[in-house]
Ligand binder design. Structure first.
Ligand code: SRM
Ligand code: SF4
Length: 575
């Protein structure tokens, strides 16, 4: 712990700090709430504490008003988010989660997320404990997938460079384990584990009061930036020589959320700390986390993430502290380049001769839709698949490790169930939305339910302006928290109210530039008119192969965001 008090924000601690410190290492009174038949929800502090166990209390906002009219409490239920470092899940596990989603959830779906895992929406209280036991029986948990802790650790999904990928994925798993809470609370509450006195437990890395805010980590294999490093607090950029991983460049302090009207909040790119060898990985991970633990703002949660700590104390000060704590000196970063972000759809052959099929799953929603029985299709494939599944950070699904002799069978099944279609446009593949309504309590505008039609419209505009094979990274997020990563899109919509969004333009395809606000609080219909006009200009005036995001910046339609702490809220030239 540093002696320098200036590095710590003084003031009245936020209420979340009280509840963490009184939680008996995340136990609270969750057990008592579980046994309470009067309410379908979790009460008082437990409402927040269940997040550290990977769950959020929700209700269906589509029917909230109607229930209130009938003097009924909202239909409380739980959303569960699993912990899957690197997004890997076996066919056996898939069949277990498929059955649970069908039989025990209100919505019946498996929702692939932007952080390489899956969520169940709509689990009623009596099914919560059995759900954890079922997941545990198949080797899955949901510890620390939410709350003020290190979340699910991402890793570049496509295992094409098999050896380097395997090594990188091993590190993602090790980092995830290393940074997990050490409390026995999860095992005790959900798995009937042996009771441990909470006063005897220690949290050497996270601390007894856990972190000031959520914390996100990735392992990424350039040239792909499929995990979107600049959305994350801590990133390990894999550096390989002759097919062997030799170390990581470390990037710290990315994050995308902001609050409408509060200019002390802003999306921010991660800073480059330098290169480390593999043996230092866990020490550096722990040192970044513990520095943020000790220096992060525990007074104002809106300014609590690592990105704000770096802005407040300075990048060099933070970096030196990490060097001290990890007993390491960062070497200059080794050369790497990001050239793409999307998933590589269709088949690719890995260097080990196995084949990997990436399927586009619109909005990550796996459900049996009319004429598109995606969920049945995945389950049927799981029954015969000999490799595993990889969930991607773009809400898609890879059927990985398919031997040559099974390729055709798997492909036929994917086609039959609408999982593999030849007419999915590049534009649709490059579009993404967060969950938003009806389950997200923070949603201000539609996102997942708005996306498909919006993409239809953009496809038509591209065709009209003579660019039918081009695409724009287009992302919609239902509120400024930014779960759909609109703040790294070429066109980003941020929900403001029903059918209204802030329109941001000018991110790039590699995910290394934050888009600037172009128009605030406008109707979706107006947004479509603006996009139509801009695609027209892009088609007419673009340089060869110039992307939409680069064009709108070069043409002066928006000023580029260079240092978002200083210039994110600057107006555009003609405003
Ligand atoms: Fe998120 C909160 C969904 C990725 C920033 N996010 C939420 C909650 C849990 C709403 C809540 O607090 O009650 C949403 C649940 C909706 C639902 O019904 O499922 C939610 N976030 C999601 C998912 C499912 C979106 C998706 O469509 O896939 C993603 C789950 C990821 C996972 O598996 O862990 C998801 N969230 C993100 C990302 C993108 C990323 O990490 O790559 C971000 C922006 C990056 C960042 O953190 O800066 C993100 N979510 C937030 C925030 C703002 C945090 C902040 O810094 O202020 C919140 C609100 C909060 O924490 O207070 C939030
Ligand atoms: Fe909910 Fe907002 Fe996240 Fe969308 S961006 S899932 S609306 S919190």
């Amino acid at each position: 712990m540093s002696d320098n008090k200036d590095l710590i924000v003084e003031g009245k601690l936020s209420d979340n700090e009280r509840l963490k410190s009184e939680s008996k290492h995340l136990r609270g009174t969750i057990v008592e709430d579980l046994a309470d038949p009067v309410t379908g929800g979790f009460t008082a502090d437990n409402f927040q504490l269940i997040r550290f166990h990977g769950m959020y209390q929700q209700d269906d906002r589509d029917i909230r008003a109607e229930r209130a009219k009938q003097k009924l409490e909202p239909m409380h239920n739980v959303m569960l988010r699993a912990r899957l470092p690197g997004g890997v899940i076996t066919p056996e596990q898939w069949l277990v989660i498929d059955k649970f989603a069908t039989e025990k959830t209100v919505y019946g779906s498996i929702r692939l997320t932007t952080r390489q895992t899956f969520q169940f929406h709509g689990v009623l209280k009596p099914n919560v404990k059995p759900m954890h036991q079922l997941l545990n029986s198949t080797g899955i948990d949901s510890i620390a997938t939410a709350g003020d802790v290190n979340r699910n650790v991402l890793c570049t999904s496509n295992p094409i460079e098999s050896e380097v990928h395997k090594q990188a994925w091993d590190w993602a798993t090790k980092i995830s384990e290393h940074l997990l809470p050490k409390t026995n609370a999860y095992a005790e509450i959900w798995l009937n584990g042996e009771k441990v006195e909470s006063t005897k437990e220690q949290e050497p890395i996270l601390g007894d009061n856990y972190l000031p805010r959520k914390f996100k980590t990735t392992v990424v294999i350039p040239p792909q930036n499929d995990v979107d490093v600049h959305a994350n607090d801590l990133n390990f950029v894999a550096i390989a020589k002759e097919g062997e991983l030799i170390g990581f460049n470390v990037l710290v302090g990315g994050g995308l959320a902001m609050t409408h009207g509060d200019h002390s909040t802003f999306p921010r790119k991660a800073d480059d700390f330098g290169f480390i060898t593999l043996d230092k990985t866990l020490d550096v991970a722990a040192a970044v986390v513990s520095t943020q633990r000790d220096w992060g703002n525990r007074v104002n949660r809106k300014n609590a993430k690592t990105k704000y700590t770096l802005e407040r104390v300075g990048v060099e000060t933070f970096k030196s502290e990490v060097e001290k704590r990890a007993n390491v000196s960062f070497a200059p970063s080794q050369h790497y380049e990001f050239t793409s972000r999307g998933d590589r759809f269709g088949w690719v052959e890995g260097i080990d001769g196995n084949h990997h099929l990436t399927l586009f799953i619109e909005n990550g929603r796996i459900l049996d839709f009319p004429n598109k029985p995606l969920k049945t299709g995945c389950a049927e494939i799981a029954k015969i698949h000999k490799g595993d599944f990889r969930l991607t950070a773009n809400q898609n699904l890879i059927i990985a490790g398919v031997p040559a002799d099974q390729k055709q069978t798997i492909e036929d099944m994917a086609v039959k169930h609408g999982l593999l279609k030849t007419d999915t446009s590049k534009q649709r593949q490059d579009s993404m939305a967060c969950v938003s309504l009806p389950t997200c309590p923070l949603a201000m505008a539609e996102a997942e339910r708005y996306l498909p039609d919006a993409v239809d419209q953009i496809e038509a505009m591209l065709a009209k302006h003579g660019l039918p094979n081009e695409s724009i990274i287009y992302r919609v997020t239902g509120c400024p928290n930014g779960c759909g990563r609109a703040m790294l899109a070429e066109i980003g919509l941020v929900g403001k109210g029903p059918n209204k969004y802030n329109l941001h333009l000018g991110g790039n395809r590699e995910g290394t530039r934050i888009p600037r606000m172009y128009k605030e609080n406008i109707l979706d219909t107006e947004i479509m008119n603006i996009i139509d006009e801009l695609i027209g200009k892009w088609s007419k005036n673009r340089f060869e192969n110039e992307s939409f995001g680069d064009f709108v910046v070069r043409d002066g339609i928006v000023k580029p965001v260079v240092n978002s702490a200083l210039d994110f809220y600057e107006a555009n030239p003609n405003e």
